[in-house]
Design a protein around this ligand. Structure first.
Ligand code: NDP
Length: 303
């Protein structure tokens, strides 16, 4: 099949593109910058890949069987009012563009599947509640972003199968939260971030890529699907496991302040978590390769 991917140049997208090409699917990288994308996907390693800037997205989408929508400004940065605006605007803008291009396609060349990212931030944060796909949305800023992001994707033509993946904290070596946590952790000799009681709903990079891949191929995958591992942990345990895998002591707490100094308000993503279970993925029979955080961290650190 041919798959168009926004955000293909990012942490999750890069691995997804490798997986799709490895299985002989054709991939169109929908990007804001061809030159940047060409550095990430050099033709010698990615023969046949199509790289399209925004003006060319229409031609790619109309020739594709499926679209994956991952684009959005990174949220784990310092949040100024302008950045907060752009975190939301970037997601709504790209999703809205993708939806319009799909909807405007003639029936015979319209993609039949849209897999669109959203986040567990939809549920808000809590140290006591357990969330599944039926749970209501929270009332903080990230919950609002996720609601609008999802509502925009829901505007897609009703004949297109839509899977909305509420992604947890993706663990991998070359990006995401872990790449930011490791240096902090090393600097402070490890230990819990903040109180350590916050929930950390994680998923290994390979598993989120497999889940997106399944959602592309399997007609039963539709509606909201949480992209989190079956065993979320409290942040204290996550840090203990990370310390053990890195061979660092984990008794000295990393102060909230240190994290906030690095991430600004974006630190809330780590400091205020939620316990999210993958109820739909389990119902659908999805097999997680990594169900325990220790195994996931060991695998990542031994890469
Ligand atoms: P990245 O930040 O690594 O990549 C996202 C991509 O979005 C970039 O490669 C870029 O592609 C595009 N992008 C960046 N800024 C903007 C902007 N201002 N406007 C439009 N496009 C932009 O994301 P991840 O791979 O980590 O995540 C993919 C999606 O999943 C994101 O939307 C993220 O919010 C969501 N998610 C990720 C989680 C994680 O732990 N990684 C957790 C929960 C949700 P290009 O430059 O080619 O246009």
């Amino acid at each position: 099949m041919t798959v168009s991917v926004t955000g293909a140049t990012g942490f999750i997208g890069r691995r997804l593109v490798q997986r799709l090409q490895g299985d002989n699917h054709r991939v169109c990288v929908l990007t804001r910058s061809r030159s940047e994308a060409q550095l990430i996907f050099p033709v010698r390693d990615f023969p046949g890949i199509v790289i399209a800037e925004e003006a060319e997205w229409k031609g790619c989408i109309q020739g594709s069987n499926a679209v994956v929508n991952l684009a959005g400004m990174p949220i784990s940065t310092r949040w100024s009012p302008e950045i907060k605006k752009e975190i939301k605007r970037s997601r709504i803008r790209v999703t809205s563009k993708v939806v319009d291009l799909i909807n405007d396609s003639p029936d015979e060349i319209r993609p039949s599947v849209l897999v669109s990212a959203t986040a567990v931030g939809y549920y808000g944060s809590s140290e006591t509640q357990v969330f599944n796909e039926q749970s209501p949305s929270g009332n903080d800023y990230l919950a609002e972003v996720c609601r609008e992001w999802e509502a925009t994707a829901l505007g897609v033509n009703k004949n297109v199968r839509l899977a909305l993946i509420r992604i947890g904290v993706v663990l991998g070596k070359d990006g995401g939260a872990l790449a930011k946590m490791i240096p902090l952790f090393m600097m402070f000799a490890g230990g819990p971030l903040g109180s350590g009681r916050q929930w950390f709903s994680w998923i290994h990079l390979d598993d989120i890529v497999n889940l997106i891949y399944e959602a592309l191929c399997n007609p039963s995958y539709k509606g909201v699907i949480n992209g989190t591992a079956p065993n979320p942990v409290r942040l204290g345990e996550m840090c203990e496991q990370l310390g053990s895998v890195l061979g660092r002591p984990s008794w000295l707490p990393v102060p909230d302040l240190a994290l906030k100094a690095v991430l600004g308000e974006g630190a809330n993503v780590v400091l205020e978590g939620q316990k999210v279970l993958p109820a739909r993925a389990k119902e659908l029979g999805f097999t997680f390769r990594y169900t325990y955080v220790k195994d996931a961290l060991r695998a990542i650190m031994s890469q």
